[in-house]
Design a protein around this ligand. Sequence first.
Ligand SMILES: Nc1ncnc2c1ncn2[C@@H]1O[C@H](COP(=O)(O)OP(=O)(O)OP(=O)(O)O)[C@@H](O)[C@H]1O
Ligand SMILES: [Zn+2]
Length: 628
Amino acid sequence: MASLQHSSAIKGAKVLMVGAGGIGCELLKTLALSGFQDIHIIDMDTIEVSNLNRQFLFRQSHVGQSKAKVARDAVLKFRPHISITPYHANVKDTFFNVDFLKQFSVVLNGLDNLDARRHVNRLCLAAEVPLVESGTTGFLGQVTVHVKGKTECYECQPKPAPKTYPVCTITSTPSKFVHCIVWAKDLLFTKLFGDKNQENDLNVRSSDASNSSEHAEDVFERRNNEDIEQYGRRIYDHVFGYNIELALSNKETWTNRRKPKPIYIRDVLPDKLSQQNGNADKSCATDDLSSGSAMTSLGLKNPQDVWSLAENSRVFLEALKLFFSSREKEVGNLSFDKDDQLAVEFVTAAANIRAASFGIPLHSLFEAKGIAGNIVHAVATTNAIVAGLIVIEAIKVLEKDADSYRMTYCLEHPSKKMLLMPVEPFEPNKSCCVCSESPLLLEINTLQAKLRDFVDKIVKAKLGMNSPLIMHGSTLLYEVGDDLEEDMEANYTANLEKVLFELPSSITGGTMLTVEDLQQEFTCNIHIKHREEFDEEKEPDGMVLFGWTQAPLEKKEDSKPAGNDVEISEGTEISGKKRKQPDMDVSTVSDESNNHNKVQKLNVVDDEDDDLIVLDHRDIGCSKNSLQ
Ligand SMILES: Nc1ncnc2c1ncn2[C@@H]1O[C@H](COP(=O)(O)OP(=O)(O)OP(=O)(O)O)[C@@H](O)[C@H]1O
Ligand SMILES: [Zn+2]
């Protein structure tokens, strides 16, 4: 029950909620029941069946409707006199600009992706509106408070980079099942069903063997009049047999490693499979209900079963056949989607066959899907706890009770019977390029890199800008916008294809660029350092951006580039301020020797393969995608 003081802060507040999913539904209900009277909700999604198990404001009949609107209607049923304004829209739409944000007392995020979170962070900084940010993954959760000038902003701490694997581990020396999954979905699936022109290391081996006429052609191209099953068998033999044979010929690779075993289809399945598959032929008919699933057509029912090598091989051939028959029009444009049953079946089978070859334990479709889609099953209770914590912090923010702000972590295992760990927020990071004006440093080959590379890899991917404007001194090099004159637009498009050095105002070592996003009202300066050599494995972008870490650049030559995980632990110096002890029974915390590891691990979850998975960047690369 809110105190009188709380209740006046709550009643007078105008709150913006972004995201009406797992956390958002809980949050809206808790806000309404806590006495908030004026709530605006932005969510761009419509309701899906898979949301119903935890997004309890939604029912089967709402599937396909706007989450924001249905959530409003559901809450108005038990709180009819409050005002709830829904927006079925992307928070990145220009309508939601800094002026829009300024009308709110506080913004509460219940989002599921880094991009939108960064965008809202910038809008809040520019509008000077406090932000309460949140995230959950399974049993783990966190709620943080961001108030301009008082606490760090959402981007003061570099976010852990999504797990990436060295290319050679994926293409040549997998040692874990996840490596086989990445190979199956990012290389093989893409090669067969996606954009053929995409660079793909899978093909390297076929062109290496230029002296063999069979392998000089593009083996992935289906030959004229080639039967789908023949094609599938040929691909199978190439990737699981021939390529492994070729890899084995490089003896050095295997001196300290277990050798893989080439697998050829003739050793696993009989020659004439189609006659043995029962209803497999039927499944190719587009009007057959089972045409979306190789499992169904092969009579494999339980997704939790681990298939034998022969079963995986059958699924492999059958799924490939279904793609080339029932879904032929999509072939060439597909990218792996965890919700595409046939794609998951194909990837599971291919990963398992590769795993069998490398002596790695096979996995069920259910497990493989979880790994391929980076899924951590959502826990509704975590969402409810996090929503409660958001409201508690929102009330403190409304009362301007800065001393009581806490970042709170939900732990998976209790530490001395406590599952929630509140910690005082950090002060703003003085080297944060978002909330302070600290310049960034970009090492780049100015004689080779094009402006387009800089825009795509740095300005959009790293800095998260939507509508960037790039200036060198008083020369505008690039701008986007609906109101650009045609000749200016042509000019900027031409600039994109120019090497940095050749731009109208040449970018060289020592140049200071200003990059600005007018919608986000976010500007940052980037100091350019010319560098010619980059490590292809470690620096695949061919450029490295420094300045997101708190380590002073000049002291540390090897300071980490943007996006690397920074381990937060008690006593870590952040902008000259030591992290304070958690606001709980400190003895409890400090005599638990691994306790701060728990704090460190809050941004990541260890999966069974010991790989790091990002808690709150679920939309980038191989980041975590929770079922909240
Ligand atoms: N840019 C954005 N603008 C508006 N809403 C967004 C934006 N990005 C994400 N959201 C919303 O944030 C919510 C996050 O909720 P949640 O994490 O539960 O995801 P979900 O899509 O409902 O479920 P899942 O992805 O786990 O199947 C979603 O409803 C999503 O539509
Ligand atoms: Zn910051």
